[in-house]
Design a binder for this molecule. Structure first.
Ligand SMILES: *[C@@H]1O[C@H](CO)[C@@H](O)[C@H](O)[C@H]1NC(C)=O
Ligand SMILES: *[C@@H]1O[C@H](CO)[C@@H](O)[C@H](O)[C@H]1NC(C)=O
Ligand SMILES: *[C@@H]1O[C@H](CO)[C@@H](O)[C@H](O)[C@H]1NC(C)=O
Length: 691
């Protein structure tokens, strides 16, 4: 009898279901494939071909104002263009107001084109006439935002603008080969971290300069990961601060504030895990008037050939850039005042808006990110950009239209620089201060009556480094557009990766209903091997999965694979493989699937921090909470957890680590912490403490 009962329990258990989150993919038809190919063509040789030739290259912009949903958009653009746009050879930066306004006008042309063909003709025109950076930004943005283009694949930005990713000396090698007639090559490069082991006497010995702060270079493989940086660049293209949700009918942009907070927090948590994996303590918090201990040499160039600036060690932001730092400090003070007062001043009608539990984090996020729907836009400027500009542009440049700066000067390169994380820490303190004013989480906030996580089983977690090849061909000028097919220059970066893993969550429930499961990875020990409390570790808890489930009364077991997580996305396919897939599909040699979604997310490779040879212990936290599917509109929206609104309940994103909690609050049956070990293969290769 007993045996039968437990058999029945198991029968119930295996049938537990995870609710689907992403829409189905569909097969591409010939029309789609033709246009997908046109979309790829847009980005080939961008900035090099003085005149990109194709059937639309002679399209007359000024004669086609009628092809837009409203003539005022092409007209406004055309007038501005006649007055003069940023030079094609300048450095493109949205930090310059004029450049930003020009970019928005170009985007409007793309966005309000009546149909795909008009969009495409206008894009070809722009490719031949405006700055390549502006063209690429506006075209990518339009492809993401136009309802008829969202399904197309856009090549990864490290293949569109390799100069922002590939070290200058590696590209130099590629140029040399091209000039001497070599049409193909593979070029390895090392991240700046290798400097740490390169010089026997200076690094690693008792005379090591390591003790002076350069141990930061141990994790350059993380900061300089091309997937990480293109993810971050993409995030800003999907959530532009300047974009007005009403004008473009994008209601989801109204979540930019909280989304911004959570993106910062996730990246910061993930970075901290990588630091701990390398024996490094949490990063310093930026102080405007104190030396930044660690300098940074980006070793990369802007697309026009100019190098990014190096920041020496012990650079003091305030001393070097008084005006911009003072401005950032002033903005910071205003936001701090709002947080301390618990309200925002709305100057337009002299009222106040409370920063409350309900909407506070969203509003605060808007203030700090500086979205155009923030309250009192004239009083609260963008703190995020004010601070970045103060840190990025420390050497005065010739013109406001050609802003050369450090790695922090573009979203595509900012995460390379250790200073970004110190700056993020400073902003996160401000966010968390607001969260703390709302009170800490207590047990009651977490408790789910009748639901108990009984067990979590995880496969062996294993990380390793592997070679990742991407193409740098687009960095070079070619005589004919077709040459981009025959010339092939691949660069190779050493990147962290991990074996896919599965885990089982067993939940015993007295109730049936819908629930949401969140899975986090956090540190157990700090860099000195001290056991961390949850409070101490909470800023390093990184969300790795989120999925809605149907809970049945009894025992439920969910088996889940790391590849199913909506938070991560695989490396995007490069130019060459996209072209070949499309061509093969057109010739009916293979099938090409389109998915409206699933192209956003944090790089899948970076799910796990580098393990240790003998295993390093982390904590997997599983949180099960009630979920009301009626809150989800079923509509897909872009955010860090890429499943859209189906992954939202009415809780803040990042829950339960989004705000401080009393440490006993986590002692509830529906939250389970499991120690897990992460191992690493290939001991000798990378700079890491002996395990
Ligand atoms: C990368 O670093 C390793 C270890 O120092 C070195 O052996 C190798 O030559 C470097 N490769 C390049 C392309 O610099
Ligand atoms: C003041 O203006 C803001 C922003 O336009 C609006 O949200 C708010 O409701 C207004 N408050 C009052 C009291 O009119
Ligand atoms: C999860 O459960 C399934 C079915 O019982 C089992 O085959 C698998 O090995 C389990 N996975 C883990 C990681 O324990």
């Amino acid at each position: 009898m007993l045996a039968l009962a437990s058999l029945l329990t198991i029968a119930v258990a295996v049938s537990a279901s995870v609710l689907p989150v992403r829409p189905e993919r569909r097969l591409a038809d010939a029309d789609f494939l033709k246009r997908q190919k046109q979309v790829l063509d847009l980005f080939v040789g961008v900035g090099h071909s003085q005149h990109f030739k194709n059937e639309y290259a002679d399209w007359d912009f000024a004669a086609n104002f009628g092809s837009f949903t409203d003539e005022k958009y092409p007209k406004q653009f055309w007038e501005a263009y006649q007055r003069g746009f940023i030079s094609r050879h300048a450095i493109y930066s949205l930090a310059c107001h004029k450049t930003r306004h020009e970019t928005i006008k170009l985007f409007d042309v793309f966005y309000f084109a009546k149909d795909f063909d008009t969009f495409y003709k206008a894009a070809i025109w722009a490719k031949n006439h405006v700055h390549p950076g502006m063209f690429t930004y506006a075209a990518t943005l339009a492809l993401y935002q136009r309802h008829d283009t969202q399904a197309f694949y856009v090549p990864p930005v490290y293949e569109i603008f390799p100069t922002l990713f590939v070290p200058a000396e590696t590209l130099h090698h590629v140029y040399d080969d091209k000039l001497t007639g070599i049409k193909e090559g593979h070029y390895n490069y090392n991240d700046t971290g290798y400097e740490y082991v390169a010089h026997n006497q200076k690094y690693g010995s008792v005379w090591s300069t390591d003790n002076r702060g350069h141990s930061e270079y141990r994790i350059s493989y993380f900061r300089e990961d091309v997937g990480l940086n293109s993810f971050f660049g993409d995030w800003f293209i999907k959530n532009p601060a300047w974009m007005c949700p009403e004008k473009y009918n994008k209601p989801y942009l109204h979540r930019r504030g909280e989304n911004f907070y959570y993106t910062l927090k996730q990246i910061f948590a993930r970075y901290n895990l990588e630091r701990l994996a390398n024996g490094l303590p949490y990063p310093d918090v930026l102080e405007w008037t104190k030396p930044v201990r660690v300098g940074y040499n980006p070793r990369i160039n802007y697309a026009n050939g100019q190098s990014f600036f190096i920041r020496p060690d012990n650079f003091v932001p305030f001393d070097n850039n008084v005006a911009d730092v003072s401005y950032a400090q002033q903005q910071e003070r205003r936001v701090w005042d709002a947080v301390d007062a618990g309200l925002i001043f709305e100057l337009s009608n002299k009222s106040t808006i409370p920063l409350d539990d309900h909407n506070g984090i969203e509003l605060l996020g808007r203030l700090i990110f500086g979205t155009n729907d923030r309250p009192s836009g004239k009083y609260y400027r963008s703190l995020y950009y004010a601070g970045l500009d103060a840190l990025a542009y420390v050497v005065s440049t010739g013109s406001d239209r050609s802003l050369a700066g450090g790695a922090l000067s573009t979203h595509l390169t900012a995460l390379r620089d250790p200073l970004w994380y110190s700056y993020a820490a400073r902003l996160l303190i401000l966010f968390q201060h607001h969260k703390r004013t709302l009170g800490r989480y207590t047990k009651d906030d977490f408790y789910y009556n009748g639901v108990k996580v009984e067990n979590v089983e995880v496969d062996k977690l294993l990380t390793y480094f592997d070679h990742f090849d991407y193409e740098a061909t687009n960095a070079l000028p070619m005589e004919h557009t077709e040459d981009y097919t025959t010339y092939k220059y691949f660069v190779r970066q050493f990147r962290l990766n991990h074996k896919p893993y599965r885990f089982n969550v067993t939940v015993k429930s007295e109730v049936a209903g819908d629930a949401l499961e969140r899975v986090f990875l956090g540190p157990k020990y700090d860099s000195d091997d001290h056991l961390l409390t949850i409070d101490q570790a909470s800023n390093a808890y990184f969300e790795v999965d989120r999925f809605p489930v149907k809970l049945t009364a009894g025992v439920n077991v969910w088996e889940r694979s790391s590849t199913e997580s909506p938070i991560f996305v695989r490396d995007h396919e490069g130019f060459r493989s996209l072209y070949s897939s499309v061509n093969n599909a057109l010739n009916q040699k293979e099938q090409f699937y389109v998915s409206e979604v699933g192209k956003c997310g944090f790089p899948e490779r970076l799910q796990l921090p580098m393990g240790w040879k003998g295993g390093r212990t982390y904590v997997l936290g599983v949180v099960v909470t009630p979920y009301d599917p009626t809150h989800s509109s079923g509509k897909y929206t872009e955010d860090i957890a890429c499943g859209g609104s189906r992954l939202y309940d009415n809780r803040p994103v990042g829950f339960p680590f989004d705000k401080p909690a009393y440490s006993d609050a986590f002692h509830v049956p529906n939250i389970y912490f499991k120690d897990v070990n992460i191992y690493h293969k290939d001991a000798a290769d990378v700079n890491r403490p002996s395990a």
